[in-house]
Design a binder for this molecule. Structure first.
Ligand SMILES: Cc1cc2nc3c(=O)[nH]c(=O)nc-3n(C[C@H](O)[C@H](O)[C@H](O)COP(=O)(O)O)c2cc1C
Length: 192
């Protein structure tokens, strides 16, 4: 396999950027995600698939509550990429300076976004090997907040300040190394 050719094809894909939020009892948190895919074509039964890192604090709250909300960011909301994506809520209260309401699932709904989906977990896909797990969820509520352009992954190089862009690339590289170690280990175990 030519890794560069494969990366070139995957690089043509683009993804909208969301703040994935969840709450359980007196704990609440949010993280950036972009692996979000509609999982039905039936408007009466909306479902969504989202990929979440095994070790994130938000995932811990999703596991506890079996619910989450996806808050779709507007193009002008790029500062939230660093706020929700560069550090863990285990170290800092990401909602300390933000006002939000609660959705039907109890998950935080952020103000000023393009829109949100409130979701109840249906199935967890975990192959036991990768650093990411995939949640298939029923969308039980949702609303357009402001009808404008969403923030996408390909916008970030032109919008983020250079130091944020450098941080993002560094975090991505670190994550990729950890994920490679996990995936290589599982491939070796399969062959043995
Ligand atoms: C542009 C961008 C996209 C990201 N996409 C995802 C994603 O799809 N899934 C995921 O689990 N983490 C993703 N992350 C990483 C998490 O947002 C990050 O690990 C976060 O700090 C976890 O926070 P928490 O521990 O407070 O939940 C992304 C980060 C950035 C900056």
């Amino acid at each position: 396999m030519d890794e560069n050719s494969v990366a070139a094809v995957l690089g043509k894909l683009d993804f909208e950027i969301f703040v994935l939020t969840a709450a359980h009892q007196d704990r609440r948190n949010g993280q950036i995600v972009c692996w979000v895919v509609p999982a039905t074509i039936v408007p009466q039964v909306p479902r969504i698939l989202v990929g979440v890192g095994r070790m994130t604090f938000t995932r811990e709250l999703i596991e506890a509550s079996q619910g989450f909300a996806l808050n779709l960011l507007g193009k002008d909301q790029w500062p939230w990429v660093a706020h929700f994506g560069f550090r863990s809520g285990r170290e800092t209260d990401k909602f300390a300076t933000l006002s939000c309401k609660r959705g039907v699932t109890g998950s935080p709904i952020l103000r000023g976004t393009v829109g949100y989906l409130d979701c109840q977990v249906r199935t967890l896909f975990d192959d036991g090997a990768g650093a990411h797990l995939f949640y298939l969820a029923d969308v039980i509520d949702g609303k357009i907040v402001a009808d404008r352009s969403p923030l996408c992954l390909h916008h970030l190089p032109e919008l983020l300040p250079p130091e944020d862009l450098a941080t993002m690339r560094q975090l991505l590289e670190q994550d990729a190394q950890c994920n490679l170690a996990l995936l290589s280990k599982s491939r070796y175990q399969q062959q043995a």
